[in-house]
Design a protein. Structure first.
Length: 319
């Protein structure tokens, strides 16, 4: 495909037609503007000849930056109007690879664009997915496309936490109020990536196992109200949500853990003392954590250990 380079006036470029766009200008926009302001546009954009001027094929973010900076013209490679949409998207991919790596959301948008051009699924999987560093499989394509079905706030969260597709693919089971809950979850609590996966995957597994709607499960547990309750601190909210999801996923284990909690409840622990155990019940025994800040703490800790030693009710916990 022959490309002619030329200086093109911004006024001759149709910025309203974004069919070939899959980049998201929200990411790294300021850094790009600073670069163009300081060094100029080092990489020319790619434009397609049209009846009324030119359409952008590659370089939408650079074009937006040029407009904001008040530039009058840009350097561009010009493509003839006889090129197919599939050829132009492939050209755009190759050009973008020379400037930056696409994030997962941009890759999802690109896969959608390819489908819109009528490109066969087989060609998308076997040719285009490897070009953008995706494993060539239908399953992986469907996982990536999940990003096209969820709210922008969740997309931003997933990109910011650099989650792989296998860690968010279960989000396809969320819709309606359950998706709204996830938006509140990340907005109010900003959970770590592992916690987000633990909670969202756990709820999805319960929904599938019990054949219940996610909306109904979330509503029955009062998760949305809990997240928005300003009287409860963030750490306690997270712990309560984790415990409730654990109870839903492992009802038998939860029942046994509650029995242990009741037995431990008869022991008088102080604020500097904590008794833990393996809640999966795979390991036997208790773990006692003591915070010794002053000499008096040592005395109260010895009383606790003595009380545990003589308490017959707890003997089965060590057997």
């Amino acid at each position: 495909m022959k490309l002619d380079r030329s200086a093109i006036k911004l006024s001759d470029i149709d910025m309203g037609n974004e069919f070939f766009r899959y980049s998201d200008e929200r990411y790294d926009a300021e850094a790009l503007m600073e670069s163009i302001s300081y060094s100029g546009m080092l990489n020319p954009v790619i434009l397609l000849e049209s009846k009324n001027g030119y359409r952008v094929v590659a370089g939408f973010r650079r074009m937006k930056a040029a407009i904001k900076l008040g530039l009058k013209e840009v350097q561009a490679y010009i493509v003839g109007s006889d090129a197919s949409d599939e050829e132009l998207l492939k050209l755009s991919i190759l050009e973008n690879q020379s400037t930056r790596a696409l994030n997962l959301y941009e890759k999802a948008v690109l896969l959608s664009k390819l489908k819109d051009t009528g490109t066969s699924q087989k060609k998308i999987i076997n040719i285009f997915m490897p070009i953008i560093n995706l494993s060539p499989s239908l399953k992986h394509m469907e996982e990536i496309m999940t990003l096209r079905e969820i709210p922008a706030q969740l997309v931003d969260y997933i990109i910011s936490k650099d989650l792989s597709a296998r860690r968010f693919r279960h989000l396809k089971y969320y819709s309606g109020s359950s998706l709204a809950f996830l938006v509140d979850f990340v907005d109010y609590l900003n959970p770590g990536a592992n916690l987000f996966v633990e909670i969202t995957r756990g709820l999805a597994e319960v929904s599938k196992r019990d054949d219940k709607e996610l909306d109904d499960i979330i509503d029955s547990q009062g998760f949305s109200q809990l997240i928005k309750d300003i009287t409860i601190e963030k750490g306690k909210k997270i712990n309560e949500i984790r415990e409730k999801v654990f109870d839903l996923r492992y009802p038998v284990l939860s029942k046994e853990n509650r029995k242990i909690e009741q037995k431990l409840g008869i022991i008088n622990t102080q604020s500097n003392q904590d008794i833990e155990w393996d809640r999966s019940l795979e390991k036997k025994g208790l773990q006692v954590r003591l915070m010794l800040n002053k000499q008096e703490d040592l005395k109260t800790s010895m009383i606790l250990l003595k009380e545990m030693e003589i308490n017959q009710v707890l003997k089965d916990l060590f057997s």
